[in-house]
Design a protein around this ligand. Structure first.
Ligand code: NAP
Length: 308
């Protein structure tokens, strides 16, 4: 049996991401013992029933007291509050990390509350589903996915190596980049696509000329793929847009310009422009499949039986 990477891991917040980290760390022997903290009684009870950890508490400071690694897994907007609660209880030499989908803001919110004696390594596992809460967690979530670290300049090399080994044990590959760059990359690969999905589902819902039952009935025409993304957790995504405002607005500006160009191509019946663009985008999906980030199955592998 391989040695655990950490003797004691504390996971603060045990929804989809925190729960999956705890389950994967247990299953893969990445931590000798795990403590989880949650706010709500229901959340903690479900975490206990699903066997996330050895220790369960409502008190985040109690969870981190002996931990050599702490991972904050709460909505980005709650990061400062959690960092303030755990700051005084952190063990000198502990690694403090997180899972937030926005990085510059997490650093600004957490940094002032963390003592100089800990190693702060902000991180973002680029893995998830549209579901949330402890029931959505599963140990395989990070298999074959990326975890992006956004450390500040002076971080301890041993701490970085240990956190890398931890995420690799959970099945992920680690990439390191600057927090501002992360936020720009994720704005176009994740945040703007979510905004588009939220918007198209909301627009369809508001239409008077198409009945709601028709929207449901003919959803297989592409709409339902947007509804999956638009079913994502409202608290988490509100915080993503409030905390990655500049990068999202920058990418939205470019998106709007490109959309106007497409609108123009349709208006002027410019079939070549449409064909060229659709050919390019098809190649991008092929690239994602070739990079192992998507299965090569038609219609996301949905069953198409008789009568479908
Ligand atoms: P989630 O399933 O909704 O879980 C969030 C957890 O945070 C719950 O345990 C909740 O506890 C706790 N929490 C909520 N508000 C809190 C507050 N004000 N103070 C303390 N705890 C609070 O969310 P998630 O999907 O795991 O997301 C967690 C983090 O991972 C977010 O920062 C998100 O940006 C990031 N992330 C998400 C995904 C994704 O696809 N979902 C992917 C990568 C990264 P209670 O139930 O007790 O309130």
């Amino acid at each position: 049996m391989t040695e655990p990477v950490f003797q004691r891991l504390a996971v603060i917040g045990c929804g989809l991401i925190g729960g999956s980290i705890a389950l994967a760390a247990r299953e893969r022997g990445a931590a000798a013992s795990i403590a989880v903290a949650a706010r709500k009684a229901d959340t903690l009870e479900r975490a206990r029933q699903r066997g996330f950890a050895e220790t369960y508490t409502h008190d985040a400071a109690e969870a981190v007291a002996d931990a050599d690694c702490v991972i904050i897994c709460v909505p980005v907007g709650a990061t400062g509050e959690v960092a303030a609660a755990i700051g005084p209880a952190l063990k000198p030499g502990a690694i403090v990390s997180d899972a937030g989908s926005v990085k510059a803001s997490v650093i600004a919110l957490a940094r002032p509350h963390l003592p100089e004696t800990v190693h702060f390594i902000p991180a973002h596992p680029v893995a998830g589903t549209e579901q949330s809460g402890p029931d959505a967690a599963f140990a395989e979530l990070f298999d074959g996915r990326w975890c992006i670290f956004t450390p500040e300049g002076d971080v301890d090399a041993d701490a970085l190596a240990k956190l890398t080994a931890f995420w690799e044990r959970l099945g992920a590959s680690v990439e390191t980049m600057d927090a501002a760059h992360h936020d720009l990359v994720l704005a176009i690969t994740s945040h703007v696509p979510h905004l588009i999905a939220y918007n198209i589902v909301s627009t369809a819902n508001d239409l008077q000329t198409v009945t709601r039952s028709e929207v449901m009935k003919f959803a297989a025409g592409g709409f339902r793929d947007f509804t999956r993304i638009a079913a994502s957790d409202p608290t988490m995504w509100r915080d993503v847009f409030l905390h990655n405002r500049e990068a999202v607005l920058e990418m939205l500006g470019r998106f709007s310009e490109d959309l106007t160009a497409l609108q123009r191509a349709i208006r002027w019946s410019d079939g070549d422009a449409l064909f060229d663009l659709f050919t390019k985008t098809r190649a991008i999906r092929r690239g994602i499949i070739d990079a192992g980030q998507e299965a090569d199955l038609p219609d996301f592998g949905r069953p198409h039986g008789a009568g479908d």
